[in-house]
Design a protein around this ligand. Structure first.
Ligand code: SF4
Length: 720
């Protein structure tokens, strides 16, 4: 079977493609071959019939008047965004010729760099034919680290596969710590489960430097200093051991190194010592620790935000061990969840063909794209990057240290190809922009990191204009370049079948035919899942590693500890004196990273201008009042925003929600002009929230809000 007919009238089953743990099962309503509405599948146990505010606009996004519909060839200077239409034949011929030239040139194929991330989480359009293509031509490898790498490395060193309670189990918890996670924005399908837990008496505590919309809904908000989460967790462990609340039987049976941890936390991490570090009162820490150690089941939902600093891996690792110390893993709904992706056992090797990688091929960290494009050896040794092929990502907006990234993208000798839906900040620098299909127009299959259901995405409409699926673009490019491997011709349904065919017992019965019929299928896991109640972790020692020997070999402390953010006053007092605020840039509620930024209703909801949230004390010392135009800056760059003076952020912290496009921002710069290319302690991850800045008022007359924009602060007051 290579294709199936489109359903031109009716309801088609699909999956939300976005980088979100909920991976909703979507129903697409089609009339006369045109999508008219999307809705969440009411039968799906996690989706429960609703999609978020962003993806409810998916049809609007698909048929957006600015959607790219034909290949575009650059005619202006790089960054100017002037293009002319071309045919697919012209585009593919030129791209194939240029890539072949570079492959056989003096620098060889490693001068070609693919750049992709989670613009779609689908395995076919994100991790299949593209990987085969780049592996076969011998391109540089990309370390895809921009979001979850530190937490992933930390969890794997501690527990092996990433698993944890899903919303179906979490509703049984009696105490919920939402730790560095804005659930209502970034994991909204957990919220109904937490509401049910609350109806049964559960308490919800938010640990977050920002009183997010989620923290505001919780029973308690603990405004922790950014990057000090590990210190708080260590103090909580101190109390558990001190007060004989630790589950020594669990620790002895399932972990290695717990005695050394007990010694450390009892000697070094009293709540009194932790209090000034974490910015909470000693009494608050004692109360939290006592409540956590004495309430069962207790559930911690941590998220990737708290690992975006120099010690991010250690932070995740330390928090993740709290349920091992208290034995919370024994309970239904007890434990901690960073991700459930380890529950899935797809055949990724068949999809990606890592066996095609030429031994010795270098790896470039996507977080350091600025260096990779501006240094003669790409910053890692070897040839300069001469060709960049971007898909499923928008590094011109989302990469850190954007000034450097743009400097690289402007290079005349860099050949850049971008597969996209819209003319983004990255596409504006491309030599070729190729129109790609959206989720409504192609096949895919999805795992997830927030539950345990595999979901099929069936196309519901014809491709818009001349757009093509990523998989098809790489198939055609491979053929144009003279690559003859039959695996470079596999169609999308064949790829889906290969992904499902791992032979693992958890995948038994998870077939293409069943997915076609039912839309989504649960992995073969027990109904009342307790992933680490009686664990056999695939760690080095076969135990939960309180002490992880491999970390020592990386030069890290093998035991949980606290590593302060590199740009904090704790680690770099001189820098902190010049740039005394820590800037956090979590997701804007109506956006998904840099996607949906150009959807009018969502842009209106977010406000046309970037906002900069400051505590009243910080605003007062800078002479800033609500609604002022402000400039946020450090040695790397700056951006403009409107001040929102609020007690929703703690002193010492500034917040600007992202990710906005530079081309739609005042001054053409964004928050990522200030973020750094430094990487985390584990996994080489990004440190977006380890960012010391200063803020100043921009001395200019207050401008009225743009038409349709929700006024903020003083503007709102003036308007009233
Ligand atoms: S972004 Fe998340 S919550 Fe929104 S529809 Fe997609 S999976 Fe569901």
């Amino acid at each position: 079977m290579t294709s199936l007919p489109l359903i031109r009238d009716g309801v088609v089953r699909g999956a939300c493609p976005h980088d979100c743990p909920d991976t909703c099962a979507m129903l697409v309503h089609v009339k006369d071959g045109r999508a008219v509405r999307v809705q969440g599948d009411p039968a799906h146990p996690v989706t429960q019939g609703f999609l978020c505010t962003k993806v409810n606009r998916y049809v609007e996004r698909t048929y957006h008047p600015e959607r790219l519909t034909v290949p575009l060839r650059r005619v202006g200077t790089k960054g100017e965004g002037r293009f002319e239409p071309a045919t697919w034949g012209q585009a593919l011929d030129d791209i194939a010729r240029r890539l072949n030239q570079i492959r056989s040139g003096p620098h060889g194929p490693q001068a070609i760099l693919p750049y992709s991330y989670a613009g779609t989480m689908g395995l076919v359009q994100g991790n299949s034919m593209d990987r085969r293509f780049f592996h076969r031509i011998g391109a540089s490898l990309l370390a895809r680290t921009i979001c979850s790498a530190a937490g992933t490395a930390a969890w794997m060193a501690t527990y092996g596969d990433r698993m944890g309670p899903t919303p179906e189990e979490a509703e049984h918890a009696r105490l919920v710590l939402l730790w560095g996670t804005n659930t209502l924005t970034s994991n909204p399908h957990l919220w109904p489960a937490l509401r049910r837990a609350r109806e049964r008496g559960a308490k919800l505590i938010a640990i977050d430097p920002i009183r997010t919309r989620t923290a505001a809904q919780c029973d308690q908000w603990l405004p922790i200093r950014p990057g000090t989460d590990a210190a708080l967790a260590l103090a909580m462990m101190h109390v558990a051991f001190r007060d004989a609340r630790a589950d020594v039987d669990y620790l002895a049976a399932h972990t290695v190194g717990w005695e050394a941890l007990r010694e450390r936390v009892l000697n070094e991490w009293s709540p009194r010592r932790a209090a000034p570090i974490v910015g909470l009162d000693e009494g608050q820490i004692e109360a939290l620790a006592a409540e956590y150690a004495s309430t069962r089941p207790s559930f911690i939902r941590l998220n990737y935000g708290l690992q975006r600093h120099a010690g991010g891996g250690m932070a995740v690792r330390t928090i993740s061990l709290l349920p091992a110390v208290t034995g919370a893993w024994r309970d239904l709904g007890g434990g901690a969840t960073l991700s459930t992706s380890g529950a899935f056992k797809m055949n990724n090797a068949a999809l990606e063909r890592p066996d095609w990688i030429t031994p010795g091929t270098r790896t470039i960290n996507m977080v350091q794209l600025g260096d990779a494009l501006t240094l003669p050896d790409a910053g890692v040794g070897g040839p300069p990057v001469q060709a960049l092929v971007v898909y499923n990502s928008n590094p011109g907006a989302v990469a850190p240290d954007l000034r450097k990234v743009r400097e690289g993208l402007r290079r005349d000798d860099l050949f850049t190809v971008v597969l996209e839906h819209f003319r983004t900040d990255t596409a504006d620098y491309a030599d070729w922009v190729l129109p790609a299909t959206t989720q409504l127009e192609h096949w895919d299959v999805h795992t997830t990191y927030g539950h345990v259901y595999v979901t099929l995405n069936r196309p519901s409409i014809e491709p818009v204009g001349q757009s093509l699926p990523n998989s098809e673009i790489f198939r055609r490019l491979a053929a144009r370049m003279g690559l003859t491997d039959p695996e470079l011709r596999d169609d999308d349904i064949t790829l889906i079948r290969q992904a499902l065919d791992s032979g693992h017992e958890r995948m038994e019965g998870v077939t293409f035919e069943r997915l076609l019929e039912e839309g989504w299928v649960r992995m073969n896991l027990p109904r009342e899942w307790r992933p680490y109640a009686d664990p056999r972790p695939n760690t080095l020692t076969g135990k939960i590693q309180v002490l992880a020997p491999e970390l020592e070999r990386l030069g890290l402390d093998p035991l949980p500890t606290w590593i302060p953010p590199a740009e904090s006053a704790d680690a770099a007092p001189e820098r902190a004196a010049a740039f005394p605020l820590t800037l956090l840039s979590p997701p804007e509620h109506p956006f998904m990273n840099s996607t949906f930024v150009n959807i009018p209703a969502l842009e209106r909801a977010a406000g046309t201008h970037a906002k900069l949230l400051l505590h009243p004390n910080e605003a007062a010392v800078r002479g800033i009042v609500d609604g002022d135009r402000v400039r946020t800056f450090n040695a790397r760059g700056d951006f403009r925003a409107r001040a929102v003076v609020t007690e929703d952020v703690r002193p010492g912290v500034a917040v600007s929600y992202g990710v906005r496009w530079a081309s739609r921002s005042e001054g053409g710069t964004t928050v990522n002009d200030t973020t750094s290319q430094r990487v985390t302690d584990m996994g080489g991850g990004a440190v977006f929230y380890d960012n010391a800045v200063e803020v100043e008022r921009v001395p200019a007359a207050l401008e009225p809000a743009a038409e349709g924009e929700e006024p903020v602060g003083a503007v709102a007051a003036a308007a009233a």
